[in-house]
Design a protein around this ligand. Sequence first.
Ligand code: HEM
Length: 268
Amino acid sequence: MAIKIPKPPLPGVRRRPKPPAEPDGKPRVSPGQQAAEAGIDIVGWVDERTSASGFLRGFLFRKVPKGTNWYYTLGSATMFAFLSQAVTGVFLAMYYDPSATRAYDSIQHINNDVWLGSFVRGMHHWGASVMIVLAFVHMGRTFFFGAYKYPRELNWIVGVVLLILTLAMGLTGYLLPFDQRSFWATVVAVNITGSGPIIGPYLADFLRAGPEFGATTISRFYALHMLLIPILIAALIGIHIYLVTKLGTTAPPWLKAKLPEPIDREQV
Ligand code: HEM
């Protein structure tokens, strides 16, 4: 005899109630409200399939220690500087030509002819220094607050790699205007790299794309500057912020830990 398996108690399809209507049957919601509801519906549709709201709620409304202050915004400020570099960099890449013969002229074109070109280039130029300064000050904050100690050592290490990559962005970007200063400064920097122990000469060859500066050096710097290093930085920022969310932030060192009240005999 075949066994009849009962149907699983699945909830029925939930239908949205109809919006309230006037006595004549016309809906009481305005087209503006309907448009807003459509937006909410789309967000709800995505949320049902990704459960993103749970993650976002935990991320945005997580508890922070007492005494959290402006110094804790330095990490986010560094991240904002990175995002600004990424956006302005995309617009510069639309006009920049990474070839030894045309790079200099393409920069002059951005500066003199392209609408808002010198503004966007200025943002990218000064933003690079802003990001480096912010990363150092943020590192100082985490050091002086003792945030590198257990269990945040890994986040400190990720931070160190982020700092090295940020400096590498500065080095690889410096060659791109391809004027006398940027060319010779890069020659000096790569020669210093070449004098480093064991991996120094290999690293210098890798950066130059050969034993001498040549036509392909600028393409190599450009590929590192606009593809490899930013992708690594974006991935590491993701890990860095995941760890901050997971472990929470360190309380300022001047806050004393509240010891539990001593229990007296009667309470026992
Ligand atoms: C691209 C560079 C960086 C970005 C975008 C970044 C971003 C952030 C953000 C948003 C936070 C949480 C808020 C805060 O405490 O400020 C944070 C925390 C932290 N960062 Fe960074 N960071 C960067 C570089 C560094 C560097 C260079 C170090 C150290 C070598 C570092 C070590 C840490 C540590 C240990 C924490 C945890 C702080 C705590 O528990 O109080 N970060 N970072």
